[in-house]
Design a protein around this ligand. Structure first.
Ligand SMILES: Nc1ncnc2c1ncn2[C@@H]1O[C@H](COP(=O)(O)OP(=O)(O)OP(=O)(O)O)[C@@H](O)[C@H]1O
Ligand SMILES: [Mg+2]
Length: 356
């Protein structure tokens, strides 16, 4: 069995990570479909706010937290879902609140409303929660997770531990402790911290934050338990990390950093998808003159297609810029050089192409 099929047949979770725009969403969707072909019931979940998964599957506006069946192939199934941060958070509150009154108090709190859908920290944590939830869902054998670009992917992996650290932080305990007349004194110390939080979430009402943390009382244990379950799931043997790369130096450097940070958190990626490579133009299968000619024609055609596609992209970009506020926009084409440019000689070669 090939590396990919082996992975698709044996794992329960595959996390696709990599830098921006390399094809994580596309590869994640393709992996879920391939797993379905192998007879598995696979769900692909995207935390990508750009909604590319829905576009890629031709289901714009149709994907939500609740997985949708995309394709049934024999006994295999491909499902897709898109993380909705506020809904996931609301459901978690409902799950861990001691009473429905407590859940209502939290959900209607101004501070909660501002953090539940917008802060990147909550997005990361809710993605982790969603991963866990789909993993526990008996409808699926495999969860393929499409992450946001590289640095965020790490934030996502570290988010459960960050949450636990926060919940165990003395500040949190002080704030949530039942008032024993000490709050006024402590208030003076924490006031600046709350002001900063207030500024970040756009709520200047300090009491909203305190009310929120108070209302949260008793729920830390539930949240901390989920967080440690996710943390374990990410490092489990049934979980694989796939790194998606594209052949250009800058994103590759970013990805190298990402991989080093993964290693540092005891996670070793087991597969790399090198996406968007130029076709290999393998040697022709026979040496007869006709077939060599056909082979050359094919290759030239495919090179032309690439060249045209690139220029179409550039043209539509420039067309959308015009008319610029100061008049027309000139377009200058610069060819990809055969090697990196890192000295005066390289700059000279490039300058030569600029002046035609
Ligand atoms: N092998 C490929 N050939 C042609 N186009 C591709 C290929 N892989 C991806 N694309 C296209 O490249 C674009 C970016 O892909 P995709 O959205 O999957 O990247 P991403 O890594 O998820 O991006 P982001 O970091 O923004 O989430 C999409 O328009 C997609 O259709
Ligand atoms: Mg994406």
């Amino acid at each position: 069995m090939s590396g990919v099929n082996d992975l698709l047949a044996s794992r329960q979770v595959i996390v696709c990570c990599g830098s921006g725009g390399v094809g994580k969403t596309t590869v994640a969707a393709a992996l879920a479909l391939s797993a379905a072909r192998l007879g598995r019931r696979a769900v692909v979940i995207t935390i990508d706010p750009a909604r590319r998964l829905a576009d890629a599957l031709g289901r714009r506006g149709e994907l939500s937290n609740e997985p949708t069946l995309v394709e049934r192939i024999g006994t295999g199934e491909m499902w897709a879902a898109m993380l909705d941060v506020s809904t996931t958070f609301d459901e978690l509150i409902g799950r861990f609140a001691a009473t429905s009154e407590q859940a209502d108090v939290i959900r209607s709190n101004v501070f909660y409303k501002s953090i539940s859908g917008s802060l990147s920290g909550t997005r990361d944590y809710m993605a982790a929660e969603m991963l866990l939830r789909l993993h526990e869902d008996p409808r699926f054998d495999l969860v393929v997770l499409d992450t946001a670009p590289s640095r965020n992917a790490l934030d996502f992996i570290e988010s459960p531990e960050r949450l636990v650290r926060f919940l165990r932080h003395p500040l949190f305990r002080i704030l949530t402790a039942p008032s024993r007349g000490g709050l006024r004194v402590i208030g003076a110390t924490i006031q600046p911290v709350l002001k900063i939080i207030g500024r970040v979430v756009g709520s200047n009402v300090m009491s909203d934050v305190i009310d929120f943390l108070r209302a949260f009382e008793g729920m830390e244990a539930g949240f901390a338990e989920r967080a440690s379950l996710v943390s374990r799931l990410l490092r489990a043997n049934d979980t694989a990390f796939a790194v998606v790369i594209a052949p250009s130096p800058e994103p590759l450097n970013d990805t190298r950093l990402l991989v080093e940070r993964l290693f540092a958190t005891r996670i070793s990626p087991s597969i790399v998808f090198a996406n968007r490579l130029t076709p290999p133009f393998d040697a022709p299968s026979t040496t007869s003159e006709d077939s060599v000619q056909a082979w050359l024609d094919d290759n030239v055609r495919s090179l032309h297609q690439r060249a045209n596609r690139e220029r179409d992209l550039v043209k539509s970009f420039v067309d959308r810029m015009s008319p610029s506020p100061t008049g027309t926009v000139d377009l200058v084409e610069i060819g990809e050089q055969s090697s990196d440019i890192h000295d005066l000689e390289g700059i000279t070669r490039l300058a030569d192409t600029l002046s035609g």
